[in-house]
Design a protein. Structure first.
Length: 297
């Protein structure tokens, strides 16, 4: 299969690109610089893309996004919306116009689509929330409608924070009382899920790309530091999270979303790393190997 990937140099995208190449896929990168062999140019801020070069791919994987700002000011929110909606819409509209359209478009989304649920289980059938993060994910997913209307199978990967690379050094601390549910997924697990989604024609729409074995944050913090051989992290009271990180801290650290990957399990996906310790040790080994080879992973 010929696959086009946006965001191939990112923390997740680099792992996905490597995995697909190892699985025998022919991978082309969607890039913002002058394209070389095996690359296609786009400028999402300007709403431009090399439409002629888009023709003939079997699948497209969109993982490109801007970094999360620490403070979600009105200006930052406007920029985040423009980035997520703009890139999704540009790709969807451009692919819909291709003579030889891809069979599938896979886009990164987020578990923030759902409202905090406490201890209640969330599956893909649950409604979205009303917060800024929920609206961001909802509208970004809706922006791909031109592709699905053109007969392209569209998959939205609703992911939590992905564990891998340098992020392994930033886990292990507790925010608030630690009783909120911590959704997690390993970076190489995401790569495997994307490869599964590319070839599983029955899979479409929202897909919770999350380990089925989530944990309370306090338990996650203890288990992750033990698995990685790190010292236990500290505890940040909820009022300090809200003071220093504002809305982002509320959504990513304090909110409890007990999300389950119902559609993946129903489609027959078997998780490579269902156990947190195994997933973390694998990602740590990948990171250490990259450091030894002088490669940032």
């Amino acid at each position: 299969m010929k696959i086009l990937i946006a965001g191939s140099n990112g923390m997740v995208g680099s792992a996905v690109t490597r995995h697909l190449i190892e699985c025998g896929y022919e991978v082309t990168r969607l890039v913002r610089h002058t394209p070389a062999t095996g690359e296609v140019w786009w400028d999402p801020e300007a709403g431009q893309i090399d439409t002629d070069a888009l023709d003939g791919f079997d699948g497209v994987v969109h993982l490109a996004s801007m970094p999360w700002p620490m403070r979600w000011t009105a200006r930052a929110k406007k920029k985040m919306l423009a980035n997520r909606l703009g890139t999704n819409r540009l790709l969807a509209e451009s692919l819909a116009k291709c003579t030889h359209k891809p069979k599938v478009l896979i886009c990164a989304s987020g578990q923030g689509y759902y409202a905090p649920s406490g201890d209640d289980v969330l599956t893909e059938d649950c409604p979205g929330g009303t917060s800024f993060l929920s609206i961001l994910d909802r509208d970004a997913e809706a922006a791909t409608m031109p592709a699905s209307s053109a007969g392209i199978r569209v998959v939205h990967l609703r992911m939590p924070t992905v564990l891998g690379g340098e992020r392994l050094k930033m886990i292990g601390f507790q925010a608030g009382d630690g009783q909120q549910w911590m959704s997690w997924i390993g970076r190489d697990e995401v790569a495997s899920i994307i490869e599964f989604a590319l070839k599983t024609e029955s899979l479409s729409g929202p897909v919770n790309t999350i380990s089925p074995n989530l944990m309370r944050l306090s338990d996650f913090a203890k288990a992750s530091t033990k698995a990685l051989g790190q010292k236990p992290g500290g505890v940040m009271p909820a009022f300090l999270v809200r003071l220093f990180l504002g809305e982002m801290g509320e959504e990513f650290l304090l909110a409890s979303r007990r999300v389950q990957p119902a559609k993946l399990l129903a489609a027959g996906y078997r998780f490579r790393f269902p156990d947190l310790a195994d997933a973390l040790r694998h990602e740590q080994a990948v990171m250490n190997a990259g450091v030894a080879a002088g490669v940032v992973v």
